[in-house]
Design a protein around this ligand. Structure first.
Ligand SMILES: *[C@@H]1O[C@H](CO)[C@@H](O)[C@H](O)[C@H]1NC(C)=O
Ligand SMILES: *[C@@H]1O[C@H](CO)[C@@H](O)[C@H](O)[C@H]1NC(C)=O
Ligand SMILES: *[C@@H]1O[C@H](CO)[C@@H](O)[C@H](O)[C@H]1NC(C)=O
Ligand SMILES: *[C@@H]1O[C@H](CO)[C@@H](O)[C@H](O)[C@H]1NC(C)=O
Ligand SMILES: *[C@@H]1O[C@H](CO)[C@@H](O)[C@H](O)[C@H]1NC(C)=O
Ligand SMILES: *[C@@H]1O[C@H](CO)[C@@H](O)[C@H](O)[C@H]1NC(C)=O
Ligand SMILES: *[C@@H]1O[C@H](CO)[C@@H](O)[C@H](O)[C@H]1NC(C)=O
Ligand SMILES: *[C@@H]1O[C@H](CO)[C@@H](O)[C@H](O)[C@H]1NC(C)=O
Length: 461
């Protein structure tokens, strides 16, 4: 799992301040860069482009540059001979927190194999900008591997124009499934949720142009992708045609939200249930269900952060009246979503497998077992807070030092056990290699029973 960006912020207040300072510096640099790159064009906005427009179209007043939002409205209305009302627009919003987004309408031609998007208009000068369509823009190591798209606005020049070889009459959305998207948590937080927010208004009448494409990724999420677009996915990096669209969105971000969050989370979970034909909308209500047993799903892990005494755990849960299933999460989401949806309580050690809580029925309970190492911030940001937004009940079980297998690997007075913050300060790599990669969990069943009992109480209320 990769946490660099978030983790960096979990350090000290001091570090956070430095981060904020860095962020404002970055904004400043972006602004400066924009101004430099677009100077030739910005100079003629907004006044002189109005002169270019011969018709008196009241819409033209909408086009302006706003130094407040750093939003660039590059192109004035395009008034083609036949359709006066038709407009060419290119709007890039670089002030969004997670992803830059460019939206364009008009005559758009995409040369996939060179990652270049051309917007033709007779009314503009030439200008260009670059964009990486992945929603984790302040995380350098995530963004490194993301394809950079160049968006060029080009003055129409008759014959010199790139010829369309494939003409599409529906809009397109360009996004990346690279970065951290291999990880289940990031697949949802960085791609699926932002994609849902960006695409659902199109009612499936939109084509997905995927960069950094991996067939494993798109087949894993095919049910969701098909629910959002009724067209085949286009692997844009390997496209040797000139694909032309009437409108294109590059990048994914509708909302500035926290991890795994969206304003309409209710709609999102409904969307998941309909994509995978899940039956249960709410978890069992133990107050009026005397015969049925509540179901507990224990998410096990094999390689790291494994439960060492899973048999004891299962036994204890059964004594509490749970019907217990133990599973390691795999990539078959049809299977995983049904299994999770059939349960009322899901528990597991902090890790990407817990992302599957998105399939739990409402009022279900998530129990996150938090390993040794001052991991509270990660635990909350990744799963604690999001679970509440999803209408789930959340319980956290922080293990004590004695329940960590790190005590078998380090002397009791070692800083790994005594002062995890000192390891955090050495950086993410050092921290991860110990607390996430070398640690297993031997639950104190006596102590854990309290959490199990609270989960039952929650199913009663
Ligand atoms: C704009 O068009 C309207 C009719 O559509 C006309 O009455 C008006 O005089 C025009 N204004 C200018 C400045 O040409
Ligand atoms: C844009 O900047 C100019 C000059 O710096 C300033 O006068 C104007 O108020 C600013 N506009 C907005 C919307 O902030
Ligand atoms: C650009 O994005 C920011 C953050 O989401 C938003 O507040 C702002 O209104 C957007 N600007 C425009 C012109 O859409
Ligand atoms: C804009 O770019 C096109 C294509 O590269 C070129 O043919 C044209 O001369 C350029 N126009 C201006 C005003 O620079
Ligand atoms: C890239 O695509 C263009 C068409 O847009 C094609 O002419 C060209 O041969 C392609 N380049 C390669 C290296 O395949
Ligand atoms: C569970 O059932 C009881 C009794 O019918 C009811 O009062 C309570 O509101 C129900 N709880 C939920 C969360 O639906
Ligand atoms: C995924 O799981 C479903 C339901 O359990 C099963 O029918 C399907 O064959 C599985 N697909 C793959 C590729 O294993
Ligand atoms: C397990 O937890 C119980 C209750 O918190 C505590 O009394 C007991 O000492 C713990 N056992 C071990 C081996 O730490």
């Amino acid at each position: 799992m990769k946490y660099e960006e978030i983790f960096a912020r979990s350090f000290s207040r001091h570090d956070q301040k430095r981060f904020k300072l860095g962020a404002s510096l970055a904004c400043f640099v972006v602004l400066w860069f924009m101004c430099t790159v677009f100077k030739p064009y910005l100079r003629i906005l907004p006044v002189s482009n109005l002169r270019l427009i011969k018709t008196n179209n009241s819409n033209r007043h909408k086009y302006k540059t706003s130094n407040e939002t750093q939003t660039l409205h590059l192109l004035p209305p395009k008034l083609s001979k036949n359709r006066e009302a038709e407009r060419t627009t290119l709007i890039c919003n670089t002030s969004k927190s997670r992803c830059d987004v460019c939206e364009m309408k008009g005559d758009i031609r995409i040369q996939g194999n060179s990652s270049t998007i051309f917007v033709f208009s007779s009314l503009t000068g030439n200008s260009s900008m670059t964009i990486k369509p992945y929603a984790r823009k302040s995380d350098k190591s995530a963004m490194e591997s993301i394809t950079t798209f160049t968006i060029k606005s080009i003055q129409e020049e008759g014959e010199t124009m790139l010829k369309c070889t494939k003409i599409h009459n529906v809009p397109a959305i360009v996004f990346s499934v690279g970065g951290y998207a291999r990880n289940n948590f990031h697949a949802f937080s960085d791609v699926i949720i932002p994609l849902y927010a960006t695409s659902r208004d199109f009612n499936r009448e939109v084509k997905f142009l995927v960069t950094n494409h991996r067939s494993g990724w798109t087949s894993k999420f095919q049910e969701l992708l098909q629910e959002l677009s009724r067209y085949e996915i286009i692997d844009i990096d390997h496209e040797n045609e000139v694909n032309c669209f009437p409108s294109v969105v590059v990048g994914l971000e509708k909302e500035d939200r926290k991890e795994l969050d969206i304003k309409s989370m209710k709609d999102f979970t409904l969307f998941l249930r309909s994509s995978y034909s899940l039956e249960r909308f709410t978890a069992i209500n133990l107050t009026n269900s005397l015969t049925k047993k509540p179901r507990l799903l224990i998410v096990s892990r094999q390689k790291t952060r494994a439960f060492m005494n899973i048999k004891e755990l299962v036994h204890a849960a059964q004594e509490f009246g749970f019907e217990v299933t133990v599973t390691e999460m795999n990539a078959n989401l049809t299977h995983v979503s049904r299994l999770v949806n059939s349960c009322d309580v899901m528990m597991g050690v902090h890790g990407a497998g817990l992302t599957n809580m998105v399939f739990l029925p409402e009022n279900g309970v998530l129990i996150q077992v938090v390993p040794w190492g001052k991991m509270d911030w990660l635990a909350n940001t990744y799963f604690g807070d999001p679970s509440k937004v999803m209408g789930l009940k959340y319980l956290e079980y922080k293990i004590s030092q004695g329940e960590s297998t790190l005590v078998d690997q380090y002397p009791l007075n070692h800083q790994v056990l005594v002062d995890p913050f000192s390891i955090q300060r050495k950086g993410w790599g050092a921290y991860k290699s110990i607390y996430l990669d070398k640690q297993n969990v031997m639950l104190n069943i006596t102590r854990f029973k309290e959490t199990l009992s609270r989960s039952l109480e929650l199913l009663h209320s």
